[in-house]
Design a protein around this ligand. Structure first.
Ligand SMILES: [Zn+2]
Length: 424
């Protein structure tokens, strides 16, 4: 990530500034809808940080004194950049052929036999060089920035063996150094069981726990460790072993939980003090009650449900009303959620899961930052926090999910530096 900009910027004349300044994070229940909106607002940034937020006219004197460069927001909405806390950014090629086969009615098994599925992603990845991976991911990162995302979590997981997993993590390291976005790396070697370990998942878990996790921790290639805990993937017992090994090496757990079947993975997340339990399509009322009194973030990824053409979505309303910490993410990946547009994720959250626009915005910024252990620095426009903000071409924030599947983002700012401006 490039250094912060020392230059003072004055974002003036916004119709609404969504500051999300408020009581201690994270946001639960009714607090999720509190955006701390400043009408006709402005924001001053300098040294890569937020300096002041308030009524635009009240900041003019200070802006002049600091010789700020003025950016006229012309009645638009200014808000924190999106924090996308669940992506599988680094992969080779794509799975567009699987997509078409699925539309023609082929089952997952038939698609896998025709050379598709997650193992096809692993084969393509094994053939790709680190340079190929970085090149494709860089193109996607430009799109993330253009759609208003300023921080993204990135999981490994298409390697399916230690050498290829390390190749992905090395690519992520390279992207961290060169991208304007903040990239948070997660080791997710337990994504699918490699063919050579068929019927021996515990042997694969042992290999990852004994060899890969210590190597990754030693080289500081990941902050988090994740696993696909589900029917047809890894069991709760295997995931407990693997995530515990991660914890022993300083990696914080995240879990793909209760997506295809209710396995008890969300309870495992609570037991291990995981940062996040993701998907949660099949959580029970008891699971929701337990999540509500925990610090595990319930990260919902409705883009996957949409792309798979499912009629059901995770129970966002019940999770929020119970008091769980709800976040939203894209789950950007080639198989089940090839979207990186968080604005579209907001639209799905509203239309399919009955979240309000304000709740969706808090979930995609402040609560997502909390799940990445960065809420002290990201996710709201609070003086002292990092100057990560976006300007949206709407005059009312509710238009962002209402005019769905557009890109409303016209300016993206990371650490006080303008990294994207819409070309007219
Ligand atoms: Zn995922």
């Amino acid at each position: 990530m490039p250094p912060p900009s020392a230059r003072v910027l004055f974002f003036r004349n916004a119709e609404q500034v969504l500051t999300l300044v408020g009581p201690a994070v994270p946001r639960r229940g009714k607090d999720l809808a509190d955006l701390s909106l400043v009408p006709r607002g402005g924001v001053l940034t300098g040294g890569g940080k937020i300096l002041r937020v308030g009524a635009s006219h009240a900041l003019e004197g200070e802006a002049r004194r600091l010789k700020a460069r003025e950016i006229d927001c012309r009645g638009r909405v200014v808000m924190p950049g999106f924090v996308d806390s669940h992506t599988h950014l680094v992969f080779a090629g794509n799975r567009v052929a699987d997509f078409e086969l699925r539309l023609l009615g082929k089952s997952y098994e038939e698609i896998a036999r025709a050379g598709g599925g997650i193992r096809s992603s692993a084969q393509k990845l094994a053939r790709a060089t680190g340079k190929d991976l970085v090149k494709q991911a860089r193109g996607f990162l430009r799109q993330f920035a253009a759609h208003g995302t300023t921080t993204i979590e990135v999981k490994s997981g298409y390697g399916l063996d230690p050498a290829n997993e390390l190749k992905i993590l090395a690519a992520i390291r390279e992207l961290q150094k060169t991208s304007a976005l903040e990239i948070v790396p997660t080791l997710m070697a337990a994504h699918a069981l490699p063919a050579e370990f068929r019927n021996r998942p515990e042997a694969y878990v042992r290999l990852i726990a004994k060899q890969l996790i210590p190597a990754v921790a030693r080289r500081r290639l990941a902050e988090f460790v994740d696993c696909f805990c589900d029917s047809g993937a890894f069991s709760v017992a295997d995931c407990r072993r693997l995530l515990t090994a991660g914890v022993q090496h300083g990696l914080v757990p995240r879990i793909h939980a209760e997506q295809l079947a209710r396995t008890g993975a969300s309870r495992l997340a609570i037991e291990l003090g995981a940062a996040s339990a993701d998907h949660l399509d099949r959580v029970t009322s008891g699971d929701m009650r337990d999540l509500a009194v925990s610090h595990v973030v319930a990260t919902l990824v409705p883009g996957a449900n949409f792309h798979l053409g499912l009629n059901s979505y995770p129970p966002a309303r019940r999770l929020i009303d119970a008091g769980a910490i709800v976040a939203l993410a894209s789950d950007f990946n080639p198989g089940t959620s090839p979207t990186l547009n968080m604005q579209f994720v907001l639209a799905l959250a509203c239309s399919q899961m009955r979240m309000t626009p304000a709740e969706a915005i808090s979930a995609a910024t402040l609560n997502a930052a909390y799940s990445l252990r960065r809420a002290d620095r990201l996710g709201s426009l609070q003086p002292g926090k990092q100057a990560d903000l976006i300007v949206m071409e709407v005059s009312d924030y509710r238009e962002i999910p209402y005019y769905f599947a557009w890109n409303h983002c016209v300016i993206t700012v990371k650490r006080g530096r303008v990294i994207y401006v819409e070309k007219k």
